[in-house]
Design a protein around this ligand. Structure first.
Ligand SMILES: Nc1nc2c(c(=O)[nH]1)N[C@H]1C(S)=C(S)[C@@H](COP(=O)(O)OP(=O)(O)OC[C@H]3O[C@@H](n4cnc5c(=O)[nH]c(N)nc54)[C@H](O)[C@@H]3O)O[C@H]1N2
Ligand SMILES: Nc1nc2c(c(=O)[nH]1)N[C@H]1C(S)=C(S)[C@@H](COP(=O)(O)OP(=O)(O)OC[C@H]3O[C@@H](n4cnc5c(=O)[nH]c(N)nc54)[C@H](O)[C@@H]3O)O[C@H]1N2
Ligand code: SF4
Ligand SMILES: [Mo]
Length: 917
């Protein structure tokens, strides 16, 4: 070849479509990803909803829409480490295998524990359970689903004999009455919310009732909102049962043919007349009556419930109180009717199938049942099988703290942030001899305690099955190769198992083999006992598995060979000993974390619209921070007034278990909160704020049956917190990490596109604080300062480029970087070339909310409150008109409930006419 001749390579890049599933919520939306494929290099280009996926029919919410923004390698864990030092995989897995073997030999199998996640794929989850329950020989494997679904599971098992969700998404579209209880669907399951919205437009007779102590955005769709006192759902549903009984709406003879226990359940509810319920639950009696009449008169009713029901010290009773009403009024086993528990995590349901919880075996088999134990043991050809239930999450961490559990492997969950009683969880991990953490990020609050950290593959790299809220199995597909040393969770566990001597039982080369084994187990000695029977899926080749189209179980293979999904319970026979469902007699109980004179407020907690859990993924997308830049504590205006708090004032929260350091949040005044109650979003962890460790406030109170913690009801005290000075620190991305977070006694961090912004406060006065801050900025930066009447502004410059901006003042300023918007926004200022104008603007700009266009409403097109208000005042009357004018709501639609809320507020404002003389 003539070396002088340049070689030209044709552009071989082609566009390809790959299909996968969104890794966030239990709706389980299909995603279409356009990829650029250039030889062996694949890059993800665009994402949209899969038009033909039955879960979403092409729709995605704001989190799904921004998935690709969260997929960069920044912040990823890319190498195994032991005590913080990089090691080879072989060293790490050898050490883990040895530790498990030694621990079992010295202390017994129950000294070993796994704590896993509803975000693992079915194959990962199956392997974790097989290894633990059949080969290590203990059931000490629990999962974050304990904090999420375990009460719903226990209630279904009590009522139906098996954990079978009796409904599907199309039911939401064909029901007449939809009761949403303990669910903020608009934010937590937005694509389902949009389906409900459409259904209501198509059928104006459809009614929606929301039961939630808070007035959430879900209420924008409600014909009736019952702002019940927290924890009183059993009383409300017992009241319904009693009403139905006394009004002759129950045909007891018919119910007796398919359900036991009706009379006892009715008797247990007989003291709950409307007035008693009204008094107990603090809901207006007429509204209760309307709700009860609608329920009894409707042809088809769905009750849709999630964490406001499950996360309670009597969550199982709450769910059974709901199921009782559906059984008594025969609202089950047909289209548009049933008690529909919605799963939170993408594969919470898959975890339930493979027996992810400490009190169950794989494939819906029971640990207590010797026949089931033998059957699973023989199928696995396992040396052991767990003989008794394992420890549930809260007890598991207690056992670590007391030294009984010596080894824990945490996988795909961040328990230091998500479990109640953070002090105890931290103690437990400090005390535990070996803590292994498999994660995709290199920093979170749990990894701080890891002796061994293992890099797992993430969403775009993983291959496997997930099951959504309506029992639909879909494929998540690995599109990108594992980065650096990252490995699939199932592979890591199989490596360890092999090193423990279980080569044959853990010898897989592809997840399709694991799925096949699981499908065979569901069919093995099933004898039509369990509805979870995947016999029809046994024997898929790798190619069939790779091309798998979403399928819902229960499945039936027809005589012509085709596979058909059947609706559960249409014949009103149930997988119990006598084929009948069970009504359960339940009575209302008080929450375990009761308020006292010292801790007078009820603390509720839950989701915000644009973030996912502990933000290890959504935290990377600047766009997802704009809707809510920091956590705050929502409080009723009269409570705020009584404490002399204005919006944005800081408060300290403490509880009986919170330890010495308080939680500190700014106040957000909210008329939709009941008096005496507070709400804090769950997402902001120790990584995101100095005092935002919400889990410290929750006591480890749990449901006696399910072990699910009472995460919606802490008893706390609130006191105003005074700081001497306040401020904002904004630093460009490349410097932010190395300069650390501790810019003040209090800090809360937000990610922007090109930098990081901290809302800060200090007990020092401004000049002391400033001299301290100056010592922390790099010596080679040129610092410009300007003093104004309220404080000081400072600009850090390097090579004529703006690197940092600091503003300190005596009064509490804006807590978000939004105030920089009129100057172009933080991202156009950081990293920009320094001009006289920029410098002067920054130095003279004041931190003042009046500059901003208000809170961001539409994340897709960055449309803010004031712009929307102006458009409404200028004549826009519908969400569609706002969309036409401003584009807001026209992409993912997650902000549509907020838009209609704003339109409704404006429309309902009646201005009295002024009499003129
Ligand atoms: N944006 C977003 N979406 C998510 C997630 C996320 O992190 N972010 N996480 C996913 C997961 S894992 C889950 S589990 C789901 C959770 O989905 P949801 O359960 O809908 O969400 P939460 O906000 O936790 O709680 C729902 C509501 O319960 C109310 N509530 C509190 N106490 C009571 C009570 O005693 N009775 C009644 N009736 N209501 C009460 C709260 O005020 C709250 O509005 O969301 C999933 N979707
Ligand atoms: N106060 C209060 N507490 C709550 C709740 C509440 O409403 N109020 N809700 C509870 C509920 S319902 C839930 S579901 C939990 C959720 O709480 P967690 O499960 O603790 O939260 P996540 O942030 O989802 O943690 C998942 C972790 O797994 C990592 N990860 C992501 N993908 C993978 C992977 O493929 N493999 C591995 N090995 N790791 C991966 C992520 O980086 C992250 O660190 O929080 C619970 N805690
Ligand atoms: S509703 Fe949103 S978060 Fe949930 S699966 Fe669909 S796109 Fe993902
Ligand atoms: Mo959850």
């Amino acid at each position: 070849m003539n070396m002088a001749t340049p070689t030209y390579q044709a552009n071989t890049s082609t566009e390809q479509l790959r299909q996968s599933t969104c890794p966030y919520c239990g709706v389980g939306c299909g995603v279409d990803i356009s990829c650029n494929v250039n030889g062996r290099v694949v890059s993800l280009d665009k994402i949209c909803g899969t038009p033909e996926h039955p879960a979403n029919h092409g729709r995605l919410c704001v989190k799904g829409t921004n998935l690709l923004e969260t997929n960069s390698l920044g912040g990823r864990l890319l190498h195994p480490t032991i005590a913080g030092e990089k090691v080879e995989w072989d060293t790490a897995t050898r050490l883990i295998a040895d530790k498990i073997t030694q621990t079992v030999a010295q202390y017994g199998a129950d000294a070993v524990a796994f704590y896993v996640s509803g975000q693992l794929l079915t194959e990962d989850y199956y392997i974790a359970n097989k290894l633990m329950k059949g080969f290590i020989g203990s059931a000490n494997i629990d999962t974050n689903s304990r904090l999420c679904m375990s009460s719903a599971v226990a209630a279904y098992k009590r009522a139906f004999g098996e954990d079978v969700v009796p409904c599907q998404y199309t039911d939401l579209e064909s029901t007449e009455l939809l009761v949403l209880t303990g669910s903020n669907t608009a934010w937590a399951h937005p694509v389902l919310f949009q389906r409900i919205q459409r259904a209501k437009l198509r059928n104006p007779n459809m009614k929606v009732v929301v039961l939630d102590p808070r007035k959430t955005e879900t209420c924008t769709l409600a014909d009736l909102h019952l702002p019940l006192k927290p924890g009183t759902d059993v009383a409300v549903f017992n009241g319904l049962l009693n009403f139905a009984h006394t009004n002759g709406s129950i045909d007891a003879n018919r119910v007796h043919t398919f359900a036991d226990g009706l009379d006892d359940a009715v008797a247990a509810a007989n003291d709950m007349d409307i007035d008693s319920v009204s008094q107990y639950s603090d809901v207006n009696a007429n509204d209760l009556l309307t709700f009860y009449r609608w329920f009894c008169d409707a042809e088809r009713v769905i009750t849709f419930y999630s964490m406001g029901i499950n996360q309670s010290a009597f969550g199982v009773d709450k769910a059974n109180a709901i199921i009782n009403c559906h059984l008594a009024l025969e609202q089950i086993g047909r289209e548009g009717a049933g008690p529909f528990s919605i799963t939170g995590q993408p594969n919470a349901m898959g975890g339930r199938e493979v027996g992810g919880l400490a009190n169950m075996l794989s494939a819906h088999r029971d640990i207590e049942n010797p026949k089931h134990r033998d059957s699973v043991k023989s199928f696995w050809n396992a040396p052991h099988i767990c003989e008794h239930q394992g420890l549930k999450a809260v007890d598991l961490f207690d056992a670590m703290a007391s030294g009984k559990v010596k080894f824990v492997w945490i996988m795909g969950t961040n328990p230091v942030v998500s479990m109640p009683h953070r002090e105890q969880v931290e103690n437990a991990l400090r005390r535990c001899e070996t803590v292994v953490v498999s994660d995709i990020v290199n920093k979170n609050d749990t990894l701080d305690f890891a002796h061994i950290a293992l890099p797992a593959t993430g969403w775009s790299e993983k291959d496997g099955m997930v099951t959504n809220s309506e029992r639909r199995m879909s494929r998540q597909r690995g599109i990108l190769p594992p980065p650096k040393e990252a490995r699939h969770d199932w592979q890591i566990m199989c490596d360890v198992a092999k090193k423990m001597g279980f080569e044959d039982a853990f010898d897989y080369s592809h997840p399709y083999q694991i799925f096949d084994e699981f499908a065979r187990l569901t069919a093995y000695e099933n004898d039509d006992e369990k509805l979870l029977n995947l016999a029809a899926l046994v024997g898929m080749t790798q190619q069939e598995y790779d091309n798998f189209s979403p399928v819902q179980w229960p499945l039936e293979r027809r005589s012509d060979g085709s596979v058909q999904t059947i609706r559960p319970f249409t014949s009103l026979t149930f997988p119990t000993d006598n084929g009948k469902a069970k009504c359960i007699a339940v009575t209302p109980q008080l929450p375990q974390q009761v308020t006292t004179a010292s801790f007078p407020f009820v603390l509720n907690s839950g989701r915000s619209r644009d973030h996912w859990h502990t933000m290890t993924r959504t935290g990377k997308a600047a766009k997802l921070h704009a809707h809510m830049p920091h956590a705050s504590v929502s409080m009723h205006p009269m409570d705020a007034q009584a404490l002399q708090l204005s919006s944005k004032a800081y408060v300290s929260l403490s509880s009986e278990v919170s330890g010495e350091t308080p939680c500190i949040f700014p106040v957000s005044i909210d008329e939709g909160i009941r008096r005496g109650e507070l709400f804090i979003p769950i997402h902001w962890s120790g990584v995101w704020g100095s005092h935002s460790k919400l889990a410290k406030l929750y006591a480890p109170a749990t449901d006696a049956i399910s072990g699910q913690p009472e995460l919606k009801h802490a008893a706390v005290n609130v006191v105003p917190t005074s700081f001497k000075s306040f401020g904002q620190v904004c630093i460009r991305e490349q410097d932010a990490q190395r300069l650390g977070d501790s810019w003040g006694d209090y800090w809360a961090k937000t990610q922007t596109a090109h930098g990081v912004s901290w809302s800060v406060a200090s007990h020092l006065d401004i000049s002391q604080w400033l001299s301290h801050l100056l010592t922390r900025l790099p010596k080679d930066w040129v610092i410009y300062q300007h003093k104004n009447t309220s404080g000081v502004c400072l600009v850090g410059v390097h090579n004529d480029t703006v690197c940092a901006f600091v503003s300190l003042g005596q009064v509490c300023p804006s807590q978000s970087p939004d105030w920089l918007l009129p100057m172009g926004g933080i991202d156009s200022l950081l990293n920009s070339a320094l001009t006289n104008d920029t410098l002067s603007n920054l130095l003279h700009g004041r931190v003042d909310d009046a500059f901003t266009k208000g809170a961001q409403v539409c994340s897709c097109f960055n449309v803010r409150e004031k712009t929307i208000s102006e458009a409404i005042e200028a004549g826009c009357q519908t969400v569609d008109e706002l969309g036409e004018r401003l584009k807001c709501g026209t992409n993912c639609g997650s902000c549509k409930p907020r838009l209609s809320e704003m339109l409704n507020a404006f429309a309902s404002l009646e201005i009295p006419s002024v009499e003129t003389a």
